[in-house]
Design a binder for this molecule. Structure first.
Ligand SMILES: Cc1ncc(COP(=O)(O)O)c(C=O)c1O
Length: 462
């Protein structure tokens, strides 16, 4: 009985969800564009009508309020309609059979098949990837699992998120770990080597780990992850990447990046449900001194601290992903969003998102003038879907920026957010910026619209 109904649900899912199958085939005719290489004239998607209609159909997959233009994916994304429908269906099956839903939906303990699929999409094996609640969850698992001791140094940029800073501060206060903030260039950033050099200068004999956001949320610059991980390996450091803003925005291959840990959100750019994420651990942790399981309900009966051969007893996911009763529907729905991204093409999404972002950056410069500080560079390898800038004379005026964000939403219908940071590590005053997210459900007309709306509001508020 359950077997046959399970099949029914699966087939129905495929039919309902993969509405994009035909679309992707049509899109394939015009081919993929290379990631983040905007042309001087216009983004590549403007060159062919079929590209335009392809993205129009992608955009029709979302249920966003048409009365507003939502441009704050950096905080959280929006589920596609097919993902919502599936999520709803999974929840209904769980509600009907609270104990038997796993059979009915064909899910097994540890979601092995699902992790295999995730591994294929993110460049790793099923035993190197775990489902988590979000990026914060992954960061806590890693930072509290590693055996840091008094005077061990952890290097990080001066633009990290509180999700990393909070566990790091606990390590400092509890164990005497030393936190070394590395200043990364902002306005004078021209290439990734400058960032690598800044980290290199701060490595000492006591350095143990290097932590950075692949895309720091404050400015939206994309940091040179591969080169930083290479630097970490060359110096015997553990590399930990906060990937809150990369999964679902840019194509990721964890093995190729060469990090030890990568923690990412499923609910932001990947557009899965809330409280979903992934955590990657390289090569079964064989480079690590030790890694303690965190909150695992199987310790010490099944799981053990990870140290070389001991990890092989169990897979990483069982040891680090388990937190008691799981939200299987949410995890599966996130995977459905991942499958949709695969269908569209992750390189194609990256090209589109970064192309749109580059168009936004150039439009801001055109509208507000070349001297307007853009905190996220329009340089292909350093670009992401986040753009931050401040059009006002006084970049330290917090109230002005916050009022601007508020009025842009209330009066113009564009939802963005503000960020606060120190341009230079030693600054005593914060700099404030407007941060705009552009994603696959946006188009050039919306980018023109937000720039125009921001400019009109700026004229009223300057
Ligand atoms: C850089 C960065 N790291 C971590 C987080 C936290 O993400 P999550 O809510 O998925 O844990 C955020 C949230 O915006 C972020 O910007």
């Amino acid at each position: 009985m359950q077997g046959s109904s399970g099949k029914k649900v699966e087939n129905q899912d495929r039919r309902t969800f993969f509405k994009l199958a035909g679309l992707v085939a049509a899109g394939g005719v015009v081919g993929l564009h290379s990631a983040c290489h905007p042309t001087e004239k216009a983004p590549v998607i403007d060159t062919a009508l079929s590209e335009k209609s392809f993205w129009k159909r992608v955009q029709a997959q979302f249920a966003l309020d048409p009365e507003q233009v939502y441009m704050n994916i950096g905080t959280t994304g929006a589920m596609p309609i097919g993902v919502i429908d599936n999520y709803d269906r999974y929840n209904r099956v769980v509600a009907r059979h609270p104990m038997g839903f796993t059979d009915e939906l064909g899910w097994e303990f540890g979601l092995v098949k699902q992790r295999e699929k995730l591994g294929r999409q993110f460049g790793c094996t099923k035993d190197e990837i775990a489902f988590t609640r979000n990026t914060t969850d992954g960061l806590n698992t890693v930072l509290f699992g590693l055996p840091f001791e008094k005077n061990d140094e952890i290097l990080m940029t001066h633009h990290e998120h509180v999700s990393a800073l909070s566990p790091l501060q606990v390590l400092k206060d509890r164990f005497g770990v030393v936190l070394r903030e590395v200043e990364i260039p902002v306005l004078d950033l021209e290439n990734g080597d400058q960032v690598v050099e800044a980290f290199k200068e701060n490595i000492t004999k006591k350095s143990r780990a290097l932590l950075f956001s692949h895309i720091p949320y404050k400015t939206g610059v994309r940091l040179p992850a591969r080169a930083l991980c290479k630097l970490a390996r060359e110096n015997g450091l553990i590399s930990i990447i906060d990937g809150a803003h990369s999964a679902g925005m840019v194509e990721l291959d964890f093995r190729a990046i060469g990090c030890d840990f990568y923690t990412a959100s499923g609910h932001k750019w990947q557009c899965g449900p809330g409280a979903t994420g992934i955590l990657y651990l390289r090569n079964h942790g064989d480079r690590l001194p030790l890694l303690w399981p965190q909150n695992s309900c199987l310790y010490p009966y099944v799981s053990q601290p990870v140290k070389n051969d001991r990890l092989k007893i169990n897979d990483f996911s069982s040891q680090f992903g388990l937190r008691g009763q799981e939200n299987y529907p949410a995890m599966q729905a996130m995977l459905d969003a991942c499958d949709l991204w695969e269908e569209i093409g992750r390189d194609r999404i990256e090209g589109y998102v970064c192309g749109l972002s580059s168009y936004l950056k150039r439009s801001i410069k055109q509208s507000f003038g070349n001297s307007t500080p853009l905190f996220s560079p329009d340089i292909p390898e350093l670009t992401s879907g986040l753009t931050s800038f401040n059009p006002f004379k006084d970049v330290h005026d917090q109230k002005k920026i916050e009022d601007f964000v508020d009025r842009l939403k209330r009066e113009m219908g564009y939802v963005i957010r503000s960020t606060e940071f120190h341009l230079h590590k030693e600054d005593t005053k914060s700099t404030y910026a407007l941060r705009i997210s552009t994603h696959l459900f946006h188009d050039h007309a919306q980018v023109d619209g937000v720039v125009d709306a921001m400019h009109r509001l700026y004229e009223r508020m300057r």
